[in-house]
Write a protein that binds this ligand. Sequence first.
Ligand SMILES: NC(=O)C1=CN([C@@H]2O[C@H](COP(=O)(O)OP(=O)(O)OC[C@H]3O[C@@H](n4cnc5c(N)ncnc54)[C@H](OP(=O)(O)O)[C@@H]3O)[C@@H](O)[C@H]2O)C=CC1
Ligand SMILES: CC(=O)N[C@@H](CCC(=O)OP(=O)(O)O)C(=O)O
Length: 361
Amino acid sequence: MIQRFHGRDLFNGKGGSTLKVAVVGSTGYGSADLIRILESHPYATIGALITSSRAEEPLGRVFPHLSHLGYSLEEMNIERLSQEVEAVFFAAPPGVSSRWVPELVKQGLLCIDLAGDFRLDSDAYRDWYGREPAEEEWLEKAVYGLSEWVPHRIAEADLIANPGCYPTAGLLLLLPLLKAKAVDEGPLFIDAKSGVSGAGRGLKLTSLFCEVNENLFPYKVGLHQHTPEIERYASQEAGRRIRVSFTPQIVPMNRGILVTIYAAAAKGWNNQQLYDLLADTYRDAPFIRVRPTGDWPRTKQVQGSNFCDISLRRDDRTGAVVGMVTIDNLMKGAAGQAVQNLNLRMGWPETAGLKMGPQYP
Ligand SMILES: NC(=O)C1=CN([C@@H]2O[C@H](COP(=O)(O)OP(=O)(O)OC[C@H]3O[C@@H](n4cnc5c(N)ncnc54)[C@H](OP(=O)(O)O)[C@@H]3O)[C@@H](O)[C@H]2O)C=CC1
Ligand SMILES: CC(=O)N[C@@H](CCC(=O)OP(=O)(O)O)C(=O)O
């Protein structure tokens, strides 16, 4: 199956009948899930696993659970990469993708970035990430890859900025409400809880067993770098400036995000109408499961899958809308959505490689 976009053949034969892809940041958690997904993808195969720290080591030494795969890690070499693969996933910290993406895209490779380098405008990136942004030209070129909202734009993109984990969950609930003007203007309150893998595989004090076990704690309250990302894309959809008050917290789980959003219902919207709005919006979205009011989502019900479960209730006593969303931070929040975006870009079925159900219990 060969897909052509912009008159350019992305499937140029490097992988035979499949698209060859590379993963950058191969020793991290995001990469582990990318590799897991890609190994059973019907149209994509792994062409290179790029590392900045463990070149020439077998994958099985980095991830023993993947030792049945025969890959070795290699260091970045643009020339070799552009001959060997057609697409590159960046699963590395901020600052890495913006260094390599321009050259790779110029060489004709599709780039999908799991980090935040291409999600914000330059001022916001500087302010919230405390680093120099990518060049304006590349920020403009990037398409924000919230798969369900802009599939046609993703299908044409050469550079896809995969959304952050919290923004994915928050926006999938907020955007329909804002677009339909079903909630009032004014600050929106987002309470978010994440499993520890959200912080990556690197050594961090707040990821240590003794710190997280039997514990639950907030961090970066009002200061989290996903705040401007949520505000930017919520404002675009609402057609007005949206402000969010965002409180992330760590819970003692490996995976999973539960986001709770509090807003005031706009006049005239009852519970059934709000539910219908979500159900209609996501009627054809294979990964979004809108649950009836009262059937609140739980993180375990999406664990290991690309599903996003959503539910809400309009509290008639207060007029507040309480909405809840769960995703697996490493799947719909990172690697899963990145592959969903690859599928959209290539014109493949959106669920290709992503049909695994949640792992339960
Ligand atoms: N964890 C999550 O739930 C989510 C993560 N993200 C984002 O995805 C990206 C990857 O996250 P995750 O896999 O969790 O992170 P990890 O910390 O687990 O892995 C990141 C990998 O990046 C590479 N790396 C680290 N420092 C550098 C450097 N200075 N230069 C080049 N490469 C470096 C390392 O791989 P190597 O040594 O092989 O180069 C490292 O293992 C991050 O930007 C993260 O913010 C987005 C959504 C959710
Ligand atoms: C639990 C936890 O620590 N989560 C991370 C998620 C960060 C992330 O994914 O960062 P970018 O989207 O900015 O790349 C955090 O809150 O910083």
